[in-house]
Design a protein around this ligand. Structure first.
Ligand code: PHE
Length: 357
């Protein structure tokens, strides 16, 4: 009995893992284990022998079983400790520094523009960048022979031979959103529509993709005077300058009548641009009273309703407001430029001037 006990308790102690421990268990107290077989022999013993051997074998079995249980727990603890050791991390270590990105001037200025016009009761509308030539041109009263329609300025979508779908273009301005919006919502309406536009052009002040926003205000009795007030009010709030002066130059757009291009008074002082003073004028937008044919194309009764529209270059006014010299750098994704001219994500659109009246 003592030899058995010594043999199996040593076996339990020596087991290096759970499967070795299971082997010991089977050899000792499993169905065909040595201790179990001994217990089976009890039947052949005399009652006296049984009385001695029975309790002793039971005690041995219990002792081996509890040794196995204890060892099993110890092995489990060891495995857990090993894992804890291997997966240990020091949460108090300093993090890897990661530079924060910035808000692009175009995004910032778009938000600023929206904030000003929201105060004037305008909502934001959007349209597709790939437009049918009907929305981009025809509905806006731009004749088929108009130079803007030539391949020269406009990016046309490729068509395979035999593909007779009407032509699609990368929209050359945000004006098609006027049509889409009036078609859907009718009059009266007041919207601005910021977005990307495309023209085949590239130099210091032109990139093939740039940003515009369209303004559209249609109601009863809207006049050119309302257009002027709105644009002046916008410039005052946007540029944060009280003494804004705008100059309306007669111009021509097929979709407005009359039409005006608008310049803002400014000065260049040691390469620094100042708005509202000086002897220079900077063109910032095209505008006019929406042509009756445009209202008709969008299903609006031009005897009842009229209004104004304008299109302003977002990149252009971003350059003016924040003194950024070269438009092409806007879209180079140069991190040094983005860090220099970008805005913190927490900067709120600056609107200290507010809206008067
Ligand atoms: N769509 C014109 C352009 O891109 C701007 C404009 C918009 C002019 C609305 C008048 C009215 O140049």
């Amino acid at each position: 009995m003592d030899a058995l006990k010594a043999k199996y308790l040593e076996g339990v102690m020596a087991a290096a893992d759970e499967s070795a421990l299971e082997d010991v268990r089977l050899a000792a107290v499993g169905k065909k284990g040595e201790v179990s077989l001994k217990m089976r022999e009890l039947g052949k013993m005399t009652p006296e022998e049984k009385q001695v051997a029975g309790p002793a074998l039971n005690a041995l079995k219990n002792e081996i079983n509890s040794a196995i249980a204890a060892k099993k727990e110890a092995l489990g603890d060891a495995a857990l400790n090993e894992r804890l050791q291997a997966e240990w991390i020091d949460v108090s270590l300093a993090g890897r520094p990661r530079r924060q990105g910035t808000i692009h001037p175009v995004s910032q200025v778009t938000e600023e523009v929206i904030a000003v016009f929201a105060d004037l009761g305008y909502s934001v509308a959007e349209g597709p960048q790939i437009e049918s030539d009907w929305y981009n041109f025809d509905a806006l009263n731009i004749a088929p022979e108009h130079p803007a329609r030539q391949e020269h300025d406009t990016f046309y979508m490729h068509r395979d031979e035999g593909d007779n779908r009407p032509p699609h273009v990368l929209r050359t301005h945000t004006s098609p959103v006027q049509i889409r919006y009036m078609e859907k919502h009718g009059a009266p309406c007041r919207i601005i529509s910021p977005g990307r536009v495309y023209r085949a052009d590239y130099d210091q002040t032109h990139t093939p993709m740039f940003h515009q926003y369209e303004g559209l205000c249609i109601d009863k009795g809207v006049s050119m005077a309302n257009l002027k007030w709105t644009l002046e009010e916008f410039c005052r709030a946007f540029f944060n300058v009280d003494d804004i002066e705008l100059r309306f130059r007669a111009s021509h757009f097929p979709f407005t009548e009359p039409s005006a291009e608008v310049d803002i008074r400014c000065s260049w002082d040691k390469g620094q641009l100042k708005i509202g003073e000086g002897d220079d004028w900077m063109e910032i937008l095209g505008s006019g009273m929406v042509h009756p044919k445009v209202l008709a194309a969008a299903g609006v009764d031009s005897d009842k309703y009229q209004g104004f529209a304008f299109g302003m270059g977002i990149d252009r006014i971003a350059m003016l407001k924040y003194g950024i010299p070269d438009l092409r750098a806007f879209f180079d994704s140069d991190l040094r430029w983005l860090r220099h001219y970008g805005f913190s994500a927490l900067d709120m659109p600056n609107m200290h001037a507010g809206i008067s009246g």
